[in-house]
Design a protein around this ligand. Sequence first.
Ligand SMILES: Cc1ncc(COP(=O)(O)O)c(C=O)c1O
Length: 400
Amino acid sequence: VKVPLLKIPFSDEEIRGIQDGIAEVLRSGVLSGGEKSKALETEWAKYCGAPHTISCTSGTAALEIMLRAIELEDTLGTGENEVVLPSNTMVATAMAVIHAGGRIVLADCDRETMQMSVSSVREVISKDTVAVLAVHIGGYISPSVFQLRDTGKNLWLLEDACHAHGAEITSDGKWLKAGSIGDMGAFSFYPTKVLTCGEGGIITIPDADAKWATDWLDQQCGYYRDFCRSEGNSQLHEAVGYNWRMDEIRAVIALQQVRKVDKILAERRQIAKWYDERLEGVEGVQAMKVPDTMKPSYYKYIVFTEQPNMYPVLKERMHKSGVELPGLVYEVPLHKQPVMHYLKSIGRVRYNEEELRNTDWVSQHHICPPLYPSLTEGEVEHVVQSLKKALAKNSLRGEV
Ligand SMILES: Cc1ncc(COP(=O)(O)O)c(C=O)c1O
């Protein structure tokens, strides 16, 4: 049995639907800024429970637009305004802060959930902090995400939901989807993500507890997505801007994915259940525990390892039995990235390595077995057998 890193299954019927959609776009002559991206925004807004959404070119663009929309860059452009984010994230979360003109502040995570720790956030907040950027790592939402609002300051709560399409958490008996928890959320449609169109992104603007009118934020995002055009005269550009628009062809693919999101999530959650059942009691590993108050998207299925730095070893051993072990979330935390050392030297990032111990611990103590729609129960069984065999080589008995 061969289990690859990733499969992105599109059925023949789905491919035909996409082909028809693309033909429609080509015949219409409207290849950007047309009905498909509008439909994508409307349907994602409805699904997420966020009244406004804006499509764009990538998750990174979504993050940067979101940070520009809150006017992160202070008027002097000194990059003094700070955004607190977890060190355990992909570099895109941090780079967006730099490009939007702010300073990054790194917070630690909780070991059990891998999500940003509220106590660490409280410790690192300063008078210059304007926003807290929660990253739903692996597609899981922190049980303490709501406490991030109780920092004693009126900060923006932003979500990097690039891993978390359709992930949900309860608040006062009501289920909230990722992207509808904070003031704004950013999603990625990169091929490895839960939904994809190749490259793409979406920003969500929920109204619950929003610091500003959601339509103001909506206008701000549209402004920054499209060259900062003057509201009264689109020929006039008021600030340094970019083109971050999603084209209609990608919107056709993204829309097809959004329409099957529940099916994709049901499949991911079923596969996670198969892993849960089989990994129970396996010596040397412990699947991440998921509380009843949260439904992950299972962008990644996270398994803690008793021993540190097992990923390269297990990857190599499992490869021999036909199983490709996907990457971690994450192997190298931000504070260990060379670019962060440079940014620290010029004062654009603030962190204390000593305070990021849990982040170091989780980066060394987990693996992510393959999880994607179309994976069968038999393949999950094979992955678990292959993992057990790979782990046994480490045991005192030295089994092969
Ligand atoms: C947590 C996180 N945020 C943001 C991004 C950026 O998304 P994109 O690749 O669509 O720019 C990624 C991509 O892997 C990510 O993992």
